[in-house]
Structures are given as structure tokens and as C-alpha cells.
Design a binder for this molecule. Sequence first.
Ligand code: NAP
Length: 261
Amino acid sequence: MSSKTPSSGLTLQGKVSIVSGSSRGIGASLALELARRGAKVTIVYTSPKSEALAKDLVAKIASLENGSQSITVQADLSKVDAGEKIVAATLGAFGNQIDILVNNAGVMFDKSIHDSTAEDYAAIFDVNVRGPLLLVKAVVPHLKAPGRIINISSVGARCGFERMALYSASKAALEGMTRGLAAELGGDGTTVNAVEPGPTESDMLDDVPKEIVELQLKTTPVQHRHGTGNDIAQVVAFLASEESRWISGQTISASGGYLML
Ligand SMILES: NC(=O)c1ccc[n+]([C@@H]2O[C@H](COP(=O)([O-])OP(=O)(O)OC[C@H]3O[C@@H](n4cnc5c(N)ncnc54)[C@H](OP(=O)(O)O)[C@@H]3O)[C@@H](O)[C@H]2O)c1
């Protein structure tokens, strides 16, 4: 993730955005790209060990010197008050409106149905489904029309992988939520969409069983490679822009053609 990648112009100048899970991985690339396009960004992370990474990203964004700004917020999206905390920090730093919300934070682990427990269900669904729902609820009263909400799903929402039923179910739920919110919030021009990455360089990818990733790369038509955070960020930045105004309730597979919806 280089801050030297050419800018696509300040298409998001003055916009206020929140990107959950942006201390590292895909989320850090998303936050950086929104900032490259001029947006102010709230960088959300949860682990104390990621504080330094989040601060590094703030410094990288400051070095862009393009009018973008960023703050960090530590919040655990598995807790019901996280959304209010993130919104309060954002309004406190950037004023009384929010333009863009990217629900990117997510957790994944693989486990056989034989070993899965109700606690495992909560561990995945509280972060991947309830977290985005409550963050949207907290943001909506402050969302300036036409708002942009982008949910980061996964090709796992539509594929069947052994030992991944809980993760796949959570992402399928997020896509269903995307359509429901798009229907409910569209009256003022607000759009709600989901982006489905395929295998993408990050710490999370390191935890996906190797045999699944190898098969995915073989069957990824575009260059048979992993995605990069920036590959995903270009799609998200477009969906955050004014130019995407007629796209809502959609899931876009950003997977080099691995999954063709
Ligand atoms: N990488 C892939 O191949 C891939 C493919 C398809 C979809 N995705 C999806 O893309 C998104 C980002 O994935 P990634 O690969 O970048 O993951 P990652 O490298 O594991 O990073 C996860 C991010 O989410 C944050 N996070 C995790 N639990 C949280 C919680 N309870 N509250 C707040 N923040 C939390 C982490 O914060 P800390 O740093 O503080 O832990 C981190 O910033 C996820 O939704 C994932 O499901 C990834």
C-alpha cells in the first residue's frame, strides 16, 4: 500500500467518511484511497497492538497534503455501543455530517460444524452482521444526502467452502442487509452497496486454508493472482463517489473474475 500511487483526483474533497477495520489489511487501503481523493477519514480499529498502525496511517494521510485529514478511534464492533462511540468521535473531529460509511471490519475462522458452538456464531455474527447494522443505525441520523454506505462482503457469501459455514452465512446476511437498507434509505439519493473481495493480500488471507486459496487462484481469470487492497479500494472509492449515484442494492464481486455474479 504505497501513498505514492497516482491520485484519481480530489473527487471526495470535503466528504467525511468512516472506514471500520482500517488499521491494516484491506481497510487501510480503503481509508488511504478515500483520503487520496480528498476525504476526511475516521480510522477504526480494536486491538491495542494496532494503535501504532492506525497512527502510521494518520501520518501517511497527513503527508498527502491534499486537504484530507484523519483521526483514529478504538472501538470493538462486537459491542453494542461501538457505533455511537465512532460517530461521536467523527462528529467531534469533522463537524455535523457524515457522507460515507464503509463497513469493512470483519472476522473469519474456519471450524467444522461438529465443533462449532453458539459462542462461535456470536463471535462471527456480532462483528460481521450486528456491528455493521448498529453502525449504520448510529450514522444514519447524521448522514448527509445523498449518503454512501458500502459493506465489505466476501466471495464466501456465494461459495461453499468446507469449515466456513459461519463466515459464509455472516457475509450472505450482510448482503441481504445491503439490499434492505438500499430499499429503505434510497429516498434522498443515498445508495447502499456491497463489495465482495476474492482472496486479497492481508493477515486474514493468511488464515484461509491453503487448499482453498490455491484453488481460488487457479480459477481467477485475471492474472491468476491475489487481489491487493488497492484493487478493492478503487471499487469502493467509485461507489463512494457521486458518479455511482444510479447503483444501489448491488453486490459487486471484486475478485478478478473468480466469482461472476
Ligand atoms: N483478505 C481477504 O482475502 C478477504 C476476502 C474476502 C473478504 N474479506 C473481507 O474484507 C474485510 C477486511 O478483511 P482483511 O483481510 O483486511 O482483514 P484483516 O487483515 O484481518 O483486518 C481486519 C480489520 O478489522 C478490524 N476488526 C476486527 N475485529 C474488529 C472488531 N471487533 N471491532 C473493530 N474492528 C475490528 C481489525 O482491527 P485490529 O487491527 O484492531 O485487529 C482490522 O483493522 C473483512 O470484512 C473480510 O471479511 C477479506
